[in-house]
Design a protein. Structure first.
Length: 129
């Protein structure tokens, strides 16, 4: 009879150990899900920011074609609920050259991260035609 009592105690310890192992496994799985959701949100922010920067550059190129000159602008808005600033900068390369270096930069802060995307191109100076 005492052998039977000891056997029941071992079963209880085995059940508790298996529950602990299952709980740890589930915690790891849930953590990986939350990390993948966070990575997806960051990827969405970058995608939307790159679209905004490309749109700004396209409008500058169109403005150059239509108006014969581009102007510097600052824009503010939101990317997936996060505030951003979009700055465009035009730099004259030299007086002898008819090209301007045009840069568009978008900045945003998400919790502890400061993010930024920058693209640049050259446009013909509309004033030196």
């Amino acid at each position: 009879m005492s052998n039977r009592r000891n056997r029941k105690g071992y079963l209880l310890l085995e059940v508790l150990a298996s529950i602990a192992v299952i709980a740890i496994g589930l915690a790891v799985i849930l953590r990986s899900f939350t990390m993948s959701l966070r990575a997806s949100k960051i990827a969405q922010e970058y995608f939307e920011a790159s679209l905004l920067v490309q749109d700004a550059m396209s409008s500058l190129e169109e403005q150059e074609k239509l108006a014969g000159g581009v102007s510097v602008s600052d824009t503010a808005g939101q990317i997936t609920g996060t505030q951003y600033n979009l700055d465009t900068k035009i730099t004259k390369i030299s007086d002898a050259d008819t090209l301007d270096a045009v840069t568009a930069v978008i900045y945003w802060t998400n919790k502890e991260r400061n993010e930024r995307i920058e693209i640049g191109t050259y446009l013909k100076d509309g004033m030196s035609k």
